[in-house]
Design a protein. Structure first.
Length: 422
């Protein structure tokens, strides 16, 4: 651990301490500090947060977080309190320490995302290939693409790139590293309390363009006083470069896509975020969880769709039935398939999982018709369930892109992106 000076809240009192960075954030031990008794929390109590500033002049590390929480006290030769956080601001400039405050007003957010290299060419690097040579040209002050938003507190988004290179062994080893970034300019400054939602919104919209499950890997903010800080938070991704095959289902230029999404979705502030749930990064894993997850989305969308169409509230079965009719070919139906029984099986399995749980006695579930009339027992075939889940998943993403987001898509790319090959 590294030694440091610690300042608590707005107090000028200096405490000795030591800190350590970890994968999930950082922790600091504060020597000879006695926390107020109200900070001691029991299971179920609301966590009490504390503003702490860490000053390490030797290593030029300066950290501030308004959400440190107490994780215990240790009595040894020296008594100390231990605090942790997974959200903090950091800088290497000592003259910026005075700006640390929970009331810092942020006017811009700059984010580096691995997918941005897939979305547009890095303007700081030009590569030309000939029959006998390959040329790399690094541009120090490259052009930037500005997308005007003027909506939901976002003035504009500036897309740019940077390129660095290094030479070793008298030029025998040359390394070139290129990165793309986006800078969001705000109409009104925000505080730390709103920051993560802006970051999450950006990550979600970029990931929707090239589905991959990747987060931005670096975030910087600028205050209204012109001070810049790096922000370390729980949403940060670990991958700086994307080495997987990326599929792009959206048939639209990236900059046009970003403009449309920020102007039309209001993802960050909408009260109806459920319609964007498939874009979230946390996904169900088991087949049963996925079945319920995508079934609920179908139920949600089809319920709204049928209500607008008929003016009436439809049943779960009617919503499912409408979805199946629209996607019948995907379910690999044939002339011998009883469509009504098939719909009853899907609806009954949903009721089984929701009301009774995932355990199926004798690996069977009851199939009921309308009015909950028992029809027969069906033996579970998990290959059958896997195919149903894939169709549900593909159908949900197709609804999301074409109906909710109103985008034209390449269905082949979408199947590859969400791994739903039939």
């Amino acid at each position: 651990m590294n030694k440091c000076s610690v300042y608590i809240c707005e107090s000028k009192t200096e405490y000795e301490g030591q800190y350590e960075f970890m994968n999930a954030g950082m922790e600091v031990e504060i020597f000879n500090y006695h926390a107020p008794s109200e900070e001691n929390v029991s299971i179920g109590d609301e966590v009490k947060y504390k503003e702490i500033t860490i000053v390490d002049l030797r290593n030029r590390v300066f950290v501030f977080s308004p959400v440190f929480y107490n994780v215990g006290v240790t009595y040894a030769l020296t008594q100390y309190e231990k605090y942790k956080t997974d959200f903090y601001f950091t800088t290497g400039k000592v003259d910026s320490v005075d700006s640390f405050s929970c009331n810092m007003k942020m006017s811009t957010l700059k984010m580096y995302h691995p997918l941005l290299m897939q979305c547009f060419n890095n303007p700081a690097l030009q590569v030309s290939c000939g029959e006998s040579e390959m040329n790399y040209k690094v541009i120090k002050n490259s052009d930037k693409k500005v997308v005007e938003i003027q909506n939901n507190n976002i003035k504009k988004i500036e897309f740019g790139g940077k390129c660095t290179y290094s030479r070793k062994n008298n030029g025998q080893l040359i390394t070139i590293e290129a990165e793309n970034y986006a800078t969001i300019y705000l109409d009104e400054p925000i505080t730390y309390k709103d920051l993560l939602m802006y970051i999450k919104e950006f990550d979600v919209l970029v990931n929707a363009y090239c589905p991959s499950g990747l987060h931005s890997y670096a975030t910087y903010i600028t205050t209204i006083e012109g001070k810049s800080f790096e922000v370390i938070h729980k949403l940060l991704g670990k991958e700086k470069f994307c080495d997987k095959i990326i599929h792009q289902p959206v048939k639209l230029n990236f900059f046009e896509y970003i403009e449309r999404m920020y102007k039309n979705t209001n993802y960050r502030t909408t009260d109806d975020r459920n319609k964007y749930i498939p874009l979230e990064f946390k996904k169900p894993t088991s087949l049963e969880d996925q079945y319920i997850f995508y079934f609920r989305y179908i139920d949600l969308y089809m319920g709204d769709y049928l209500k607008q169409k008929t003016g009436k509230v439809s049943s779960n079965f009617d919503r499912l039935s409408n979805f199946v009719d629209e996607n019948l070919k995907l379910f690999d139906s044939n002339d011998t398939m009883n469509i009504d029984n098939f719909k009853n099986e899907l609806n009954s399995l949903r009721n089984q999982y929701v009301h009774e749980g995932y355990y199926l006695p004798n690996n069977q579930f009851a199939v009921n018709g309308k009015g909950k009339v028992f029809l027969y027992h069906k033996t579970m075939d998990y290959n059958w369930l896997l195919r149903i889940v894939k169709v549900f998943k593909f159908g949900v993403y197709k609804i999301l892109y074409t109906k909710v987001l109103d985008l034209e898509i390449d269905e082949g790319e979408l199947k590859s992106a969400v791994k739903c090959w039939f």
